[in-house]
Design a protein around this ligand. Structure first.
Ligand code: 5RP
Length: 236
């Protein structure tokens, strides 16, 4: 029973652990970003320490993932060193019924898309609050932009019907700066009717590095939810 424990935290923990338990010895593992994936990284480290898992190498999608991997004793590698990623585990901000995603709540979607889309098996880990019928209905779409192009990209996104906000830091004055030294525009649309088309249209605006729409990339969605007072995990 949950008694006193934050249910969202429990859902994230269970789903993160379940994904990490699917990783096999010898795997090259894409390490996602965010509070849910952090539990998967923790579990991978625990499995390595106990000897249950051997010889894995992680490819981090962010500074955060790299710090956690080091903390939990997961050896790291880079895309220069390996020619495959066996499995990637990553969170999401929205998941639609076709397993398309909005990501970038942690401003890491550019590297996440590189790593997650290269993975032979991409496992998304979310709590049930992330499920939506249409993308863009609960979460603004993150777009990483070169700082010198913020003004023209903002105008281009407004011309597409979006309401655009420069993401600001928390406990830091001024905008969020990504791991690559860029800025993030959060774009609110009524709903995104055609995610595949929108992903390409936005990425074609000069100055845009990457947007948070992940279309046809996901293989498996694991969902943490509360049933009869217990945190359980189901596969979409
Ligand atoms: C970071 C992401 C995260 O995976 C996404 O924001 C979900 O985070 P959390 O697991 O903390 O809810 O896309 O850029």
């Amino acid at each position: 029973m949950l008694s006193g424990t934050d249910p969202v935290k429990l859902m994230k923990q269970q789903v993160g652990f379940t994904a990490a338990d699917r990783v096999q010895s010898g795997a090259i593992v894409g390490l996602g970003t965010g509070s849910t994936t952090a539990y998967a990284i923790q579990r991978l480290g625990d499995r390595l320490k106990s000897g249950d898992l051997k010889d894995i190498k992680g490819i981090p999608t962010s500074f955060q993932a790299s710090v956690l991997a080091k903390q939990y004793g997961i050896p790291l590698t880079t895309l220069d060193e390996v020619d495959r990623i066996d499995v990637a585990i990553d969170g999401a901000d929205e998941v639609d019924p076709q397993k398309n995603l909005i990501k970038g709540g942690g401003a890491a979607h550019t590297r996440e898309k590189v790593v997650d889309s290269l993975a032979e098996l991409f496992i998304v880990v979310v709590d049930s609050s992330k499920l939506v019928t249409a993308l863009g209905t609960t979460f603004a779409l993150p777009v990483e932009v070169l700082p010198m192009a913020i003004a023209p990209v903002t105008r281009a996104l407004e011309a597409l019907g979006g309401t655009v906000e420069l993401r600001m830091g928390v406990k830091k004055d001024g905008p969020v700066i990504t791991d690559q030294g860029n800025m993030v525009l959060d774009v609110t649309f009524a709903a995104i009717a055609n995610p595949a088309e929108m992903e390409v249209t936005i990425n074609n605006i000069p100055g845009v590095l990457e947007n948070g729409l992940f279309v046809n990339v996901t293989d498996v969605v694991l969902i943490g939810e509360i049933k009869d007072g217990e945190a359980i995990v189901r596969e979409m």
